[in-house]
Design a protein around this ligand. Structure first.
Ligand code: AMP
Ligand code: MG
Length: 409
């Protein structure tokens, strides 16, 4: 049994980030990870343009203008957004201008429409002393052509998608998504559409793990339910290893007579790196490495639903993050300090992960245990879980009101 921190290090060291990339349409790129640096193809803004609806003027003309003694200028042109100014502004002149429109040559200041009064047809009174150069977005003020905009490894969220569009990338080079094969082992398992015969249970793990993989940005590959039969399990595990970057199997890693996963991993040539971890729930985590041209990491997860998910949240998510091409700062799960609203108990022998809810109350994070049993077989009270409270080894009790480190899911 190795400590959680050591298991995490071994696992992350096993993972080699993907190098294959693919070019995809920008409309499909949300959540994907950029594979190349993006350099600006344009100046931002691309034109000196107005930040307001109003009038483009020469500051020198209006520096003494006030509401009591307004300066009157002749309006010589109207410039809507998207059009090209036709005239240079001369002293005594103004151009009617709208937000986003190009500022005409000769003008250096925009006066907001609200501070003006149109008189006759072609004149405007400036009823304020404007600030020189106000309300002009200068060409290149935000970024210049050739400036780096986005680094490789950036996750494409709405702002990054906007930047890519703005700089003219309708196609974008991203890392391919990790392929993660999933299988469930156990003679007792059936699909959700079946009526249970005595002793049978529904294979919920394969669904939970597929959802987890999808959320983590991977592609789940469903291998199916495999009975506790050495030959069938060998065939299924070997198919899984050949078809993916990672394999997640559940069940069959304990010390029972029907727990074959570890033995088969060794037979298939896997280099077993982890046999059990001092974590509760989830101790029998088994991790093996295969090198068949590409590196495949096999995670033999325990069958109990909470054990399988806790291992995924604690270890597999970081591994997928590294595999995906994310920078190191984004591999580790987020953990924060919170106040526990209830006593948290543990046996002290293993790092214990208790599931529940994290809430921000009056500016402070509070953790509340999920109601009902914290049994690794209880998948029902996992509903709504958004955090795992961590009770360290050698600690038996964190009393209500005390500080606890919490993994944010
Ligand atoms: P095992 O790790 O194979 O000893 O399984 C431990 C417990 O988890 C047993 O009670 C199993 O019935 C249950 N279990 C195993 N696989 C699954 C699964 N795919 N979905 C739900 N429960 C499972
Ligand atoms: Mg089993």
């Amino acid at each position: 049994m190795i400590p959680v921190s050591q298991a995490e290090k071994i696992i992350l060291d096993l993972v080699k980030p993907l190098s294959e990339t693919e070019s995809i349409d920008l409309t499909l790129a949300t959540g994907r990870i950029l594979a190349t640096e993006i350099v600006s193809r344009l100046d931002f803004p691309h034109w000196n343009n107005s930040a307001m609806d109003g009038y483009a003027v020469k500051f020198a003309d209006v520096r003494s203008s006030t509401s009591k003694h307004p300066v009157t200028l002749e309006v010589v042109e109207e410039i809507p957004a998207g059009s090209q100014p036709q005239r240079e502004i001369q002293s005594g002149e103004a151009a009617r201008i709208f937000t986003g429109a190009i500022v005409p040559i000769g003008a250096d200041t925009i006066v907001m429409q609200e501070h003006t009064q149109r008189v006759q047809k072609n004149f405007v009174k400036i009823q304020v002393t404007p600030t020189a150069r106000s309300f002009i977005r200068q060409r290149g003020e935000y970024a210049r052509i050739g400036d780096p905009l986005l680094a490789a490894g950036t996750v494409l969220n709405p702002p990054e998608i906007a930047i890519l569009a703005a700089t003219g990338c309708s196609e974008v080079e991203v890392y391919r998504r990790p392929r993660v094969a999933i299988l469930s082992t156990g003679d007792e398992l059936v699909t959700p559409d079946r009526i249970l015969k005595p002793g049978q249970i529904v294979d919920s793990n394969q669904y939970a793990l597929a959802a987890f993989v999808t959320q983590a940005g991977g592609i789940p590959i469903w291998i199916g339910i495999v009975p506790d039969d050495r030959a069938k399990l060998t065939a299924a595990m070997s198919k899984a290893i050949e078809s993916a970057d990672f394999v997640l199997s559940t069940g069959g890693v304990s010390v029972g007579d029907y727990d074959y996963v570890e033995a088969i991993l060794a037979e298939l040539g896997g280099d077993i790196q982890i046999r059990s971890v001092a974590i509760k729930p989830g101790k029998p985590l088994t991790v093996a490495r295969f090198d068949r041209g590409i590196r495949v990491v096999y995670f033999g997860l325990p069958g109990n639903p909470a054990s399988a998910l806790v291992n995924c949240w604690r270890f597999v998510r970081a591994a997928i993050a590294k595999l995906s091409g994310l920078p190191e700062s984004q591999w580790q799960p987020n953990s924060i300090a919170a106040t526990t609203t209830q006593d948290l108990t543990a046996d002290g022998n293993r790092e214990t992960y208790l599931w529940g809810k994290l809430e921000l109350i009056a500016g402070k994070y509070h953790f509340s245990l999920a109601g009902g049993s914290q049994s690794s077989a209880n998948l029902i009270n996992l509903a709504g879980t958004n955090a795992l409270a961590i009770v360290p080894i050698d600690v038996n009790l964190i009393t209500a009101g005390g500080a606890v480190q919490v993994l944010v899911l």
